[in-house]
Design a protein around this ligand. Structure first.
Ligand code: 4AD
Ligand code: MG
Length: 464
């Protein structure tokens, strides 16, 4: 009977020593001498490589020739305790089958030490490197942690549509969705496009957020969360923006802004703790390779309570800081990441939740404060990242919401279904959105958001 394959992540257990094992994977390196060759094999299940020892008395030179970096192997042999440095066990090969070769003159990852920029151009292969293997294993565990957190709290996972007919968020330019022939658009008499001929009979786009539908869920099921891709066609070429990113949006009936802040803080801490508990090897690798303050920073966030502060107080601190910012600060401006990071990294030295922003720089649905100038918004600001979460208590008063929609000139007819939540059994409620890739940036310590999603979508970049 054929020997069953063991994943490399499972092979380092002492019970297997002395056993016959079958392993499969890709060659990371090969070295050795005339008597013995050592192959480092990796199968993606862990950052650890498994050493394969090849006795040249048992294998011919020619047979081994195609075993170069990047080639793929099926190896059977005996698992033994290793005398060598850097590993506890190794496999003494008895049979080797080569699945696929990787010509050293062509294989892009033949050499070690490529820059992250170079690897971005090789996104189809970069998951085979230590760095990206680590990042994408962590990404998986964080996604799982998020579902576990909300499931354990009794939230329902809600799927909101990706194609939408409303741009209610005003979050940025939207990608249009159409089946019309762009080279020959049907026209109305006044020269405008005739969208009645389009697939949905009206203009549609990819969604920038699942929140508005999420509110329909929360005001029915009580507590929901969404976790899906969102799309923003804003032309911001920064290390923190993607045109396609994943967002988690919990929405809870009867929560006020304090409950919302409590939930956000507990949620992020849970995710960070989960990653420390389940991704130890990968985080240690990243800590050692890129940023030896990473683990301290993660543990720091767990230990400290987040500062809670109003936007107005935050502006005061920034104004009194005496620091020259690229974008000057005064009450009413939207905060830039340099301002957010000053508050977090220099002033408070811990995460900050900023609340009660000026109404004019926030979305129409946020609950209006009595001062007439601010809304019950909250942004969670993080070291290295800046804004990681944006949310608010929602305006539940029908008349106030209508007058805000009118004041902003938002087309009311697109909003009728949303307004009915305030018309029939309206309740106080609150929610927020966590940018999944920004969380992964924080947990991995990577500096560019393009390096924490397998195939980033940014202006002029949709190759893979
Ligand atoms: O602050 P935003 O725009 O909030 C919303 O979309 C609300 N509907 C959320 C809610 O209350 N349910 O986006 C939320 C988060 C930001 O804090 C940021 O972490 C992330 O989404 N984000 C982006 N991440 C990557 N690339 C982009 N272009 C992003 N824009 C926002
Ligand atoms: Mg925001």
């Amino acid at each position: 009977m054929a020997l069953k394959r063991t994943k490399i992540v499972d092979i380092f257990s002492p019970e297997l020593i002395g056993e016959q094992v079958c392993v499969k994977g890709w060659v990371r390196t090969r070295r050795g001498n005339k008597h013995v060759q050592f192959v480092a094999l990796n199968d993606g299940s862990t950052i650890k490589n498994l050493q394969i020892v090849i006795d040249l008395e048992k294998f011919g030179e020619d047979e081994l020739k195609p075993i170069t970096t990047g080639s793929s192997l099926h190896v059977e042999g005996t698992l033994v305790a290793s005398q060598g440095k850097g590993q506890t066990v190794e496999v003494q090969a008895q049979s080797i089958e080569i699945y696929g070769t990787a010509d050293p003159d062509e294989y892009p990852l033949q050499k070690k030490g490529h820059t992250l920029e170079f690897l971005r151009e090789k996104a189809h292969l970069r998951m085979r490197t230590n760095t990206f293997g680590a990042v994408f294993r962590i990404r998986h565990h964080l996604a799982f942690a998020i579902h576990k957190f909300f499931n354990d709290k009794g939230f329902f996972y809600m799927h909101t549509p990706l194609i939408t007919a409303s741009d209610c968020e005003g979050a940025g330019d939207m990608f249009q969705v159409t089946t019309l022939n762009l080279g020959d658009l049907p026209k109305n008499e006044d020269g405008s496009n005739d969208y009645t001929k389009d697939f949905f009979g009206k203009p549609t786009s990819l969604t920038v957020s699942g929140q508005l539908e999420g509110e329909l869920g929360a005001t029915s099921l009580g507590a929901i969360y969404t976790f899906g891709p969102t799309f923003r066609a804003e032309n911001s070429n920064t290390p923190r923006h993607l045109a396609e990113f994943w967002m988690i949006e919990p929405e809870v009936a009867f929560n006020d802004i304090t409950d919302n802040m409590d939930l956000a803080e507990e949620f992020i801490k849970y995710c960070v703790q989960y990653a420390l508990d389940h991704c130890k090897d990968d985080i240690e690798f990243l800590n050692q390779m890129y940023d030896n303050t990473l683990i301290d920073r993660l543990q720091g966030v767990l230990k400290q309570e987040f500062v809670r502060l109003s936007y107005t107080e935050g502006i005061k601190i920034l104004e009194e800081s005496g620091k020259k910012f690229e974008f000057p600060v005064k009450w009413g401006v939207d905060l830039q990441s340099e301002h957010e990071r000053y508050l977090v990294e220099q002033h408070f030295k811990r995460p900050v939740i900023l609340t009660d922003y000026p109404r004019e720089i926030k979305a129409f649905y946020m609950k209006q404060n009595d001062d007439g100038k601010t809304v019950r918004a909250m942004d969670v600001l993080f070291p290295q990242i800046g804004e990681i979460i944006g949310g608010s208590e929602r305006e539940e008063n029908y008349d106030k919401l209508i007058s805000e929609i009118e004041r902003r000139g938002i087309p009311m007819k697109d909003m009728w279904w949303y307004l009915e939540t305030r018309k029939f059994g309206t309740v106080p409620h609150a929610g927020f959105g966590l940018g999944f890739e920004r969380l992964i940036l924080f947990v991995t310590g990577m500096a560019n958001i393009r390096d924490v999603i397998p195939f980033p979508r940014t202006p002029n970049n949709a190759e893979f």
